[in-house]
Design a binder for this molecule. Structure first.
Ligand code: BDR
Ligand code: CA
Length: 310
């Protein structure tokens, strides 16, 4: 299996991404590293452990990372995810403890320990932990197989401001460090995730699985999609973060281009904008594969099939 580290700020859509990874034998989750984002760090750490416990996976270590962006005040998204970050179904506090190492040290440790080119980092939240690891241990850049992240936007522009997507907006300086790292980067932006809209029919199929995991997931997503209902004319909310894991499992469901992507860090108005040279109008060298399209039916079929295994 492909070895991955999931860096995350759960978040109902992060939760589904983590469950998709844990349900997939093609992937080995070395560690989950929590970062502040959708809600503060104590909650994202708790939620990550709640999710592992729900999946019956006490063997996956959950590390706590950075509690604030590199240079900015933390911006959170309780208006989307609720007070706990996982509103919609209350699970008891997890009995899984927080793993010993700081998330940044855990990322460095795993990447140095595994053979070069075998570990893929999967960031699903602000890039603070990842950027800090790259600054502290620059040698891990060439040891990584790649980074596959959810963040940014081009045609769809923004969700937290008119110009920016949440994960990049929260810590643009961290995103800039990642984009300049020379690592093989794949970006799943809003352009893709806004095509992965939850439908009532699909949610009903999840509920009909009628397993403990499916009951919780359908309640979480039922809460989560409400925020976007108006925006999508009654269709459900975008299932952002699972696109990262689905890309690892079935890249043939997605298409994109290898292009240059720069991060706006100076302007207050367009902070965190991903300036994506989709049409190649500059001579700046490509630094990321920017995904633009997804076979939504294939994506939701895959997700349902995997959730049924848990
Ligand atoms: C991203 O922001 C968070 O709210 C979601 O979990 C996702 O990672 C979408 O902009
Ligand atoms: Ca997230």
């Amino acid at each position: 299996p492909r070895k991955i580290i999931i860096d995350t700020d759960p978040g109902q859509d992060d939760a589904v991404a983590i469950l998709l990874a844990l349900a997939s034998p093609e992937l080995e989750v070395l560690a989950i590293t929590a970062v502040a984002g959708n809600v503060p760090l104590d909650k994202t750490s708790r939620n990550a452990r709640v999710i592992c416990e729900l999946a019956g996976r006490r063997d996956v270590p959950v590390h706590e990372g950075c509690d604030a962006p590199l240079k900015r005040k933390l911006v959170t998204a309780e208006h989307v995810h609720g007070k706990t970050g996982l509103d919609g179904y209350d699970l008891p506090d997890p009995s899984i403890p927080v793993a010993d190492l700081h998330a940044v040290e855990a990322i460095i440790h795993h990447v140095r320990r595994e053979p070069p080119g075998t570990v893929t980092l999967c960031p699903l939240g602000p890039l603070t932990n990842v950027a800090t690891a790259l600054e502290r241990a620059p040698d891990i850049a060439e040891r990584l197989a790649g980074i596959v992240l959810m963040g940014g936007a081009y045609f769809e522009v923004g969700n937290v401001t008119p110009a920016a997507e949440f994960n990049i907006y929260v810590d643009p300086e961290a995103a800039e460090i990642v984009m300049k790292s020379g690592i093989d980067i794949t970006i799943l932006p809003l352009d893709v995730t806004h095509k992965a809209l939850i439908t009532n029919e699909w949610l009903a199929k999840v509920a009909a699985l009628d397993t403990p995991v499916a009951r919780v997931v359908s309640a979480w997503l039922d809460f989560y999609e409400r925020f976007d209902l108006e925006k999508y004319g009654g269709a459900g909310g975008p299932l952002h973060d699972p696109c990262v894991i689905a890309w690892l499992l079935k890249p043939e469901l997605f298409s994109g281009k290898h292009i240059n992507v720069e991060i706006e860090t100076h302007s207050a108005l367009t902070r965190g904008m991903t300036v994506a040279d989709w049409w190649g109008v500059t001579d700046r060298p490509p630094n990321a594969t920017f995904i633009g399209d997804v076979d939504a039916k294939g994506f939701f079929d895959l997700l349902l099939e995997r959730l049924a295994r848990l």
